[in-house]
Design a protein around this ligand. Structure first.
Ligand code: GLU
Length: 509
């Protein structure tokens, strides 16, 4: 059902959503877009909804959904409707809505806006290769689009598998409005006949996203800029169904200081990392609110009368953001996810805590019962006095561990090959589920491929993680320390070594 029908005299109640895909750790970008949607809804007395887009089964990670809920709640966002809280437009998990998508696909087939395509994956791949070889942009040539009804029926009678594709006009152009950018025009020759329903009966993102946004009464689609190129397909779908279009707001992507798109290759993008490393959720939310320039800076007068200095005007609560965030101020130059600034902000928040709250924050994070309970068994058999606990577990409580070269460099290896192997190890662990048996198997496989002995391989990781050649058991330590923080430690090790090498080669020159 749609929550409310529209008439010209009664505009729809604002409803916005975030629609994360559960494909791994909760991403800072999800909290950024979540915050913007949340503020937008609150400023307009509307609703903020959470929908889980889990139709891509090949990228599905079972633990991801709960991590997304936990991480968004950690920063302080709440949703009015969602898979875990219910609501009038459920289910809010796309894998539970496949029947709805199939019905809608049938509507498009019946109205002639979509067609069945019978090409196999191999045929499509061959077509793509031939186009690339002929220096043409790869594009579905649309043979099935021109099949007669008899041919279609015959293929169906034969039981041939098929996908359903959207009929995109073969020429001309389309224009849609982006609320931040104005009109955006796409040439139809650059828009493929999009697959809507896959041969396994699951919808693609495009179909499910549009059907759900409509059925859930979404008035404003506020999402990241990377979805702009999908929007023409979405607009065509709204038109094909004859539905009222939401407004589209494509937010600038978060960038590194060097302006590249933030990615887990370069810095931690998992909210779990920030939570586990002792960032305060208020600081994280405040930092995300600074992205995009929507927070009107205080006027000079306010600054003078309110006794705030300019730095402090960067500090605000969710309530203040709700009051002051101005969507018309958003600037399209990519907001910089500057970790130095985040750290500064976090420090400001820490200093504002009362001594008791600061103590409680330490007890909740660095020294939580849960964490100590996980760490204790790693060292119980190795300690002679409790007082040595800190010496043996320091690496599990500190942020920076940098092993000296005589610790990390295996005897028979050069620094260059060791760092190359460490970089591979990082990619391998990134792709691994965070369980001892899986990590171990993945490491052994890599070691075999690269001809690194198990001993060398595990010693290297031990050195990077613990800073020492002797430590509590490696696998257990990795698990206790957590995936996000372990990967970050490896990343920092590699970055530091790279910097040191550059410095050393400069000196030589
Ligand atoms: N599932 C998409 C994502 O993971 C949603 C994009 C959208 O908001 O339309 O970001």
């Amino acid at each position: 059902m749609t929550p409310e029908t529209t008439t010209a005299s009664s505009p729809r109640k604002t409803r916005v959503r975030i629609a994360p895909s559960p494909t791994g750790d909760p991403h800072v970008g999800t909290a950024y877009i979540g915050l913007l949607n949340y503020l937008f809804a609150r400023q307009r007395g509307g609703e903020f909804i959470l929908r889980i887009e889990d139709t891509d089964r090949s990228r599905f990670v079972a633990s991801s959904e709960q991590m997304i809920f936990d991480a968004l709640r950690w920063v302080g966002l709440e949703w009015a409707e969602g898979p875990d809280v219910g609501g009038p437009c459920g289910p809010y998990r796309q894998s539970e809505r496949t029947e709805i998508y199939r019905e809608h696909c049938n509507m498009l087939l019946a109205s002639g806006h979509a067609y069945r395509a019978f090409e196999t994956a191999e045929e499509l791949e061959a077509e793509r290769k031939a186009q690339l070889a002929a220096k043409q942009p790869p594009r579905y040539a649309g043979r099935s689009r021109y099949m007669s009804e008899e041919e279609v029926q015959a293929a169906l009678a034969e039981g041939k598998p098929f996908t359903v594709r959207l009929k995109v006009p073969s020429e001309g152009a389309m224009t849609f409005r982006d609320e931040l950018r104005g009109d955006i025009t796409f040439d139809y020759t650059n828009v493929d006949d999009q697959v809507l329903l896959k041969s396994d009966g699951f919808p693609t993102y495009h179909l499910a996203n549009v059907v759900d946004d409509h059925l859930m009464g979404i008035t404003d689609v506020i999402r990241a800029e990377e979805w702009i190129s999908s929007t023409p397909k979405h607009v065509l779908l709204y038109k094909a169904f004859g539905w009222e279009m939401p407004k589209f707001w494509h937010m600038p992507l978060l960038r590194n200081v060097d302006k590249s798109k933030i990615s887990k290759r370069k810095n931690p993008v998992s909210l779990n990392y920030y939570r586990d490393s002792g960032y305060l959720p208020q600081a994280m939310l405040n930092f995300l609110g600074l992205m995009g320039g929507g927070m009107a800076q205080l006027t000079e007068q306010q600054i003078v009368s309110g006794n705030v200095n300019t730095k402090e005007s960067d500090i605000f609560s969710l309530e203040e953001m709700t009051e002051r965030f101005d969507f018309s101020r958003i600037s399209l130059g990519g907001p910089v996810f500057d970790l130095v600034k985040l750290k500064w902000l976090n420090g400001e928040y820490l200093r504002k805590l009362s001594p008791e709250d600061f103590f409680q924050a330490l007890r909740r994070t660095v020294f939580s019962d849960e964490y100590l309970r996980a760490v204790a068994p790693l060292v119980q058999n190795r300690l002679e006095t409790l007082g040595a606990f800190g010496d043996m577990t320091m690496f599990l409580f500190s942020d920076n561990v940098l092993p000296p070269e005589n610790v990390w460099l295996p005897k028979k290896r050069t620094a260059e090959e060791t760092l190359a192997f460490a970089a591979e190890l990082l990619l391998t662990l990134e792709a691994s589920a965070w369980e001892a048996s899986e990590i171990e198997a993945a490491m052994k496989k890599l070691g075999e491929e690269k001809q690194w002995s198990v001993k060398e391989n595990f010693m290297l990781l031990r050195a990077i993680l613990t800073g020492s050649t002797q430590s509590p058991p490696l696998m257990e330590s990795l698990i206790v320390f957590g995936k996000a923080r372990s990967l970050d430690r490896m990343r920092r090790f590699l970055e530091t070594q790279k910097k040191l090498q550059v410095q050393a080669s400069r000196k030589q020159q």
